[in-house]
Write a protein that binds this ligand. Structure first.
Ligand code: CP3
Length: 343
């Protein structure tokens, strides 16, 4: 039996597409909130392999998604590279910043990350034993640009201005940081694959703020380097790239980067995706995550529209971005029933 997600990634069109959701283990689920409280806080949960595996499994038990995504965070890599990291409740992540040559010199080497990240690899090992046979295990990392935006600013920023400034004012330092992140990401993902991850997803949440040559240099090129290194070591590993908000740069991205699938956010329509992206192979997306909050007949109609528009080629059903804490768990079930019970 080939798993549904792996079939889609191999280019197979399926009558009922496989389904999973970004942030499917998260605060909208009461069982997640309970386990997080048991762990103490978010980062303690990420580094507690047993509990991280437990929250990864929760949405699989509740909904029977076709994929489980490792419970961790893209900011664990900067932490393993030596940045301080903490989360302010209700506000988001905070990190020590990398803005000078000295800040950069204080970071660790790519091969030194594994001691800090060992519990994450252990979570992957537990999951590969405990997941149902039909469920695919997805490992992930942030793309270098997105991770760099947090490392430079020390927090999330609406326009990624601090990272744009550093890349323009001190390109040598910024390129050094990007190269370190490329190498660190290869190391991190390679260990996840060795531990049992069956698919890798690369999250470039802020790719949309890169235009023109910058997009090629800081979104496409790093992604290409990571994918080529991973496929060199693990020839059969399927890879999903997510250059969020890339707009017309979504066109040809998977091919150029060497990815098996491109994930798309909801700023592009499913009909446009079908015509411009799915012609090249598997796509993932792209129901607006706001429907998980608002529900109703619009949720059903929009779910059907996405499935129909992408029914002519390989498709993995997902949201355009992560499900939010305000989402109603009942709406997730309605979405799944709409997809799986479609006549
Ligand atoms: O998708 C999953 O279910 C797997 C786990 C996962 C998390 N973060 C858990 C998480 C994944 C794949 C991520 C990726 C991630 N983390 C991204 C890229 C995708 C995206 O959403 O754009 C980014 C930018 C981050 C960084 C990050 N982590 C931010 C900005 C925040 C705070 C915002 C928020 O939603 O609270 C986090 C925290 C975070 N990561 C939570 C979870 C479940 C919420 C923490 C909590 O439980 O309090």
């Amino acid at each position: 039996m080939t798993k549904k997600i792996l079939k889609a990634l191999a280019g197979e069109k399926q009558k009922i597409p496989p389904i999973w959701m970004m942030r499917q283990a998260g605060r909208y689920l009461p069982e997640y909130r309970e386990t997080r409280a048991q762990a103490g806080d978010f980062l303690s949960l990420c580094y507690n392999s047993e509990l991280a595996a437990e929250v990864t499994l929760q949405p699989i038990r509740r909904y029977g998604f076709d994929a489980a995504i490792l419970f961790a965070d893209i900011l664990l890599l900067p932490q393993a590279l030596g940045a301080d990291l903490w989360f302010v409740t209700g506000e988001g992540p905070r990190l020590s910043t990398v803005q000078t040559k000295l800040d950069f010199a204080n970071l660790r080497k790519p091969e030194e990350i594994n001691e800090t990240l060992a519990p994450v690899y252990e979570t992957v090992k537990i999951l590969s034993k405990e997941l149902p046979r039909e469920t695919t295990l997805i490992g992930f990392a942030g793309a270098p640009w997105t991770v760099a935006t947090y490392m430079v600013a020390g927090r999330g920023t609406p326009d990624q201005a601090p990272a744009h400034l550093l890349k323009n004012d001190n390109p040598e330092l910024f390129d050094n940081l990007m190269n370190l992140l490329v190498e660190g990401t290869i190391e991190y993902l390679s260990h996840q694959i060795n531990a049992g991850a069956e698919v890798i997803k690369i999250f470039d949440s802020w790719a949309g703020s890169l235009k023109g040559n910058d997009f090629d240099k800081y979104a496409l090129e790093p992604c290409k380097k990571i994918i080529s290194a991973l496929k060199g070591k693990h020839p059969n590993i399927p890879i999903i790239a997510f250059p969020r908000q890339a707009g017309d740069r979504y066109i040809g991205f998977a091919k150029q980067a060497g990815a098996d699938c491109v994930a798309l956010d909801e700023s592009v329509s499913a009909e446009w995706i079908s015509q411009n992206i799915q012609v090249d192979g598997c796509v993932q997306g792209n129901l607006a995550s706001s429907h998980m909050v608002s529900g109703g007949s619009v949720l059903i109609d929009e779910t059907k529209r996405v499935v129909k528009a992408l029914s002519n080629g390989p498709h993995i059903f997902n949201l355009g971005h992560g499900i939010t804490p305000e989402a109603d768990p009942k709406n997730v079930q309605i979405m799944i029933d709409t997809i799986r019970n479609a006549e």
